[in-house]
Write a protein that binds this ligand. Structure first.
Ligand code: AMP
Length: 286
């Protein structure tokens, strides 16, 4: 059955009470790919009904970023949602989400200013603000986010804990191309040659993961070597950061640190900003 589509608050207020049982929400910016679909399938297993939101959130794009050219493929997205048995698609326009210039917004705090937050100032404030608004509008029992955006997931968990938001947050594993490139709506910007260079991001993460038993320096060294090579490829990878961080706080780990960590990388190929990460366990004992 085709999903119910709500584009306005009135349509949502009519559709939401018709959902029976528990609801899982998958927030997206559309241009749906297999990564989103795997979250939708996880949502299906987590609740009686599934809602997908599709909204390219202007608040989380800085001036000069790709808000205007971000892919918008609503009809295809809707077909994909229908094929996955999604019950409700919430696709508000900008005027529905932000009828007035918002005054009160979420401040992401110190964690929002490091790593990806340092590369994209204001991004996490805008992201958390829209996620809280979507949670308030749709009132899901569970909300599902991709581990592909690991800092985003960690920050949403913090917001939900710090502000006592009544929702369960779940993460879904990163879906990748056969060569390792993480699926992203932005991959469609890449030319064939750029696509080749971009594969270095996940190759670097795998090299780092393979060195995890030998500690932080070995991880960063192994991943860094792959990225150095990609920096002189044609077209080159312009590295924004390669960091080894605590999975909960995203603060840097080093020295003889052991235990769980996230190795995160971001870079630009041509005009396209790409990010990826892998969870690993530092040290020999498991
Ligand atoms: P976006 O549409 O890029 O805002 O992403 C919507 C959701 O899909 C976010 O929770 C992302 O983390 C998640 N996501 C994006 N790419 C992937 C992927 N390759 N695998 C799994 N989840 C993903």
């Amino acid at each position: 059955m085709a999903p119910v589509v709500a584009r306005t608050r009135a349509e949502l207020e009519e559709a939401r009470p018709r959902i029976e049982g528990t609801l899982a929400l998958v927030p997206t910016m559309g241009a749906l790919h297999e990564g989103h679909l795997s979250l939708i399938r996880q949502a299906r297993r987590s609740a009686d009904a599934v809602a997908v939101s599709i909204f390219v959130n202007p608040l989380q794009f800085a001036p000069g970023e790709d808000f205007d050219r971000y892919p918008r493929t609503f009809e295809t997205d809707l077909q994909a949602c229908a094929a996955e048995g999604v019950d409700l698609v919430f696709a508000p326009g900008r005027d529905v989400m932000y009828p007035d210039e918002p005054q009160v917004t979420i401040k992401s705090g110190p964690m929002g200013e490091i790593v990806e937050g340092a590369a994209r100032p204001g991004h996490f404030d805008g992201m958390l603000t829209v996620v809280l608004k979507l949670l308030n509008l749709l009132r899901p029992d569970v909300a599902i986010f991709g581990e592909k955006d690991a800092q985003q997931l960690a920050m949403i968990r913090r917001m939900v804990a710090d502000l006592n938001v009544p929702v369960r947050v779940a993460g879904g594993p990163t879906v990748r191309e056969p060569d390792g490139l993480a699926l992203s709506s932005r991959n469609r910007y890449l030319s064939a040659a750029e696509r080749e260079t971009a594969a270095a991001l996940s190759r670097a993460l795998r090299a780092g993961e393979d060195a995890a038993a030998d500690g932080p320096d070995a991880v960063l060294g192994a991943a860094g070597a792959v990225l150095d090579k990609a920096a002189s490829a044609e077209p080159p990878l312009a590295l924004d950061y390669l960091v080894l961080v605590d999975p909960l706080t995203f603060t840097a780990l080093g020295g003889d640190r052991t235990g769980p960590a996230v190795l995160a990388v971001a870079g630009r190929v041509g005009a396209t900003h790409l990010i990826d990460n892998v969870s690993l366990h530092l040290g020999k004992e498991h």
